[in-house]
Design a protein around this ligand. Structure first.
Ligand SMILES: Cc1ncc(COP(=O)(O)O)c(C=O)c1O
Length: 399
């Protein structure tokens, strides 16, 4: 019998690899004969060490977190299995786990159907593709100026007319402006963002959903970043009362839930509409209408195994910890400096300062961004390891 605890512990040790001061970086030429063991081992060492950037209490530059040993095991499980769910009848165990995880996510986000995607860039594209088919007579899409750039890409691919709506001082789509825009030109779709990439802001989902209903437009919610908060009862009001009336929603477990990439889900209320009738005579079941072709368990086995072994409670804590630290960080900054601080409900804190923090950006502690044309430094609380005090201690010399 497999000793799961032992395997997960060993993976955990590999995942705690110490970041060496100097990461050796020998170039390995890909050639006819394989490379010798020692050179290869050195490269593997530097690769693992580089990934440990995310395993530090000061990593707040970007939306990438360290994968837990349980998720790592799920990822290995997926490679060991390596089945293809284009033929679900051959893999009933894998197919039933996929369905179980999708149903759980559907329930969480009050949607009816779903499929995993390779990231919310694909989620936004597929949602707008569905919106276009549901409403083929108009091309206008409204989204906030702060929406993720993948919405722009999706509109370009689908030949849609994206019209951006300004955001307010809290980086939320300005609803008055959205109202006026809808009055002036009926939308095909409204994209609301639940957790903007730069500032972590939540658009008013209820307003967007109700407006979309009024104009018989599709409402898509991009919850790639902020979706993790759905597990926290104290964040209920961010999602509003009408989530079940949104037509689609995408979410990335590979962000705050720290799953190996890609792990992303697109959820929706109506079955996907195929663009044309699709058939593949070599498959027993017609392929689904989604964009995805071959797939195994890579997007959901890591998540399934971590929830199955640690419970939803652990995921809830993982979602809550960064929020608590982000709040503490913004309070400490406000106490210790006069720097303007932009807080958000979803674990991103931006601040303005005349000081040059390029060194801290280089270390992966903060990133640089712009909010309404103003330069800001940005702290992304994603990992449950990030500590406000540690970030403040790096800023102290600049106070
Ligand atoms: C709000 C938002 N939407 C969409 C995306 C795109 O997600 P992915 O990188 O998984 O394609 C991101 C990525 O950071 C995001 O922050």
């Amino acid at each position: 019998m497999i000793n799961l605890d032992q395997i997960v512990n060993t993976l955990g040790q590999l995942n705690q690899f110490k970041l060496s001061d100097e990461i050796p970086s020998s170039f390995i030429k890909l050639k006819e004969q394989g490379t010798n063991q020692a050179t290869l081992a050195a490269k593997v060492h530097s690769l693992i060490a580089e990934g440990q950037l995310h395993n530090q209490s000061t990593w707040a530059a970007h939306m990438t977190a360290n994968v837990s040993p349980q998720s790592l095991f799920g990822q290995i499980l997926s490679s060991l299995h390596n089945g293809n769910l284009l033929s679900p009848e051959l893999y009933p165990v894998l197919a039933s786990i996929e369905q179980q995880v999708i149903s759980w996510l559907c329930q969480l986000f009050e949607q009816q159907y779903g499929h995993f995607t390779a990231g919310s860039s694909y989620g936004n594209l597929e949602a707008l593709w569905q919106a276009k088919q549901a409403n083929p007579h108009t091309r206008i899409v409204y989204a906030s100026n702060a929406a993720h750039y993948s919405v722009k890409k999706a509109c370009q691919i689908l030949d849609l007319d994206l019209r951006t709506i300004p955001f307010n001082s809290a980086s939320q789509m300005n609803i008055e402006n959205l109202h006026s825009a809808c009055l002036a030109a009926t939308p095909m779709a409204i994209v609301a963002t639940a957790g903007t990439s730069t500032a972590g802001a939540f658009d008013s989902l209820d307003d967007c959903i109700l407006l979309a209903q009024k104009y018989q437009a599709w409402c898509h919610i991009d919850a790639a970043w902020g979706g993790s908060l759905r597990l926290l009862p104290e964040c209920d009001q961010l999602f509003g009362k009408y989530l079940a009336k949104a037509d689609s929603l995408c979410f990335d477990p590979h962000k705050v839930w720290a799953q190996p990439k890609p792990s992303s889900i697109l959820l929706y209320q109506q079955p996907m509409r195929p663009m044309m009738s699709i058939d593949a005579d070599y498959l027993q079941q017609s392929p689904s209408a989604s964009l995805t072709g071959s797939r195994g368990g890579e997007a959901f086995l890591p998540l399934w195994f971590s929830i199955a072994s640690l419970g939803v409670k652990a995921l809830r804590e993982q979602s809550r910890l960064p929020i608590v630290q982000a709040q503490r960080f913004s309070e400490q900054l406000a106490d210790r400096t006069t720097w303007p601080v932009h807080t958000s409900p979803s674990g991103i804190v931006c601040f303005e300062t005349q000081k040059d923090l390029a060194h801290l950006v280089k270390l992966g502690i903060f990133s640089q961004a712009k909010i309404a044309h103003k330069d800001v430094y940005r702290a992304v609380f994603i990992s449950s390891l990030v500590r406000s005090e540690e970030l403040i201690s790096h800023l102290e010399p600049y106070f």
